[in-house]
Write a protein that binds this ligand. Sequence first.
Ligand SMILES: CC(C)(COP(=O)(O)OP(=O)(O)OC[C@H]1O[C@@H](n2cnc3c(N)ncnc32)[C@H](O)[C@@H]1OP(=O)(O)O)[C@@H](O)C(=O)NCCC(=O)NCCS
Length: 166
Amino acid sequence: MRKELLTRESADLVGLFDCGEEPYAIEVSDWIKGTGGDVWLAIRGGAEVWLYLSESEELIGFGALYPQRIHLEGSDRPLGELLTIAYFGIAKAFRKKPDGPYQNYYSRQILHDLIQQAKKHPSNPNRLALYVNPNNVGAIRLYSDPEFQFVKVGTFDGDDCMVKIF
Ligand SMILES: CC(C)(COP(=O)(O)OP(=O)(O)OC[C@H]1O[C@@H](n2cnc3c(N)ncnc32)[C@H](O)[C@@H]1OP(=O)(O)O)[C@@H](O)C(=O)NCCC(=O)NCCS
C-alpha cells in the first residue's frame, strides 16, 4: 500500500469510490467524490486528504485530517480547534481485507497511519477527534479498540464525538 495526498491531479483515483450502502457510508463516498464540492473547500481550508492505494493503483481507502472548531452539544465550553479525522472510509472491496487476522485489516493499517500523520501535523496537536454516527457500530468498535483508544466525549449534530489523547 502506498499513500498520496488528494489533489486536482489525482482526483481521477476517487471517481468510483464506494465504501458501502449505509447512509453514513454514502456520505463518506459522496464527500471524497466531490459530489457536493465540499472536499475541495475542505482542502482549501487546510484539510489533508490521504489516499491509500494498492499496487495496482486501486483506491483502498482514505482519511481526511482537518483542523476544525468543535463545540459539543449541551456544553458552554467549546473544545476549541482540534485536529479531526473528518472523513474515513475503506472501499467495499477492501473492507475486512486482507484475509487473515482482523488486526491487520486495511481499516486498521490506515487508521494507524492517520494517527501517525496526526502526531506530526503542523498544528502540533496532543489530541485527535472524530465524529461518528451512533448507529455505526462497526466504526465505533474500531475507534474504541484498545489499539486506538478514542473515547466518546459528547455529541454534536446527532453524532458521537470521540477524542484520542496522545
Ligand atoms: C468503518 C470501516 C472503516 C471499518 O472497516 P472494515 O474493514 O469494514 O471493518 P473492521 O476493520 O472494523 O473489521 C470488522 C471485522 O473485524 C473483526 N473484528 C473487529 N474487531 C473485533 C474484535 N474486537 N473482536 C473480534 N473480531 C473483531 C470482525 O470480523 C468484524 O466483522 P463484523 O463487524 O462483521 O463482526 C468501514 O466499514 C467503512 O469504510 N465504512 C463506511 C464508511 C464509514 O462508516 N466510515 C466511518 C465514518 S466516521
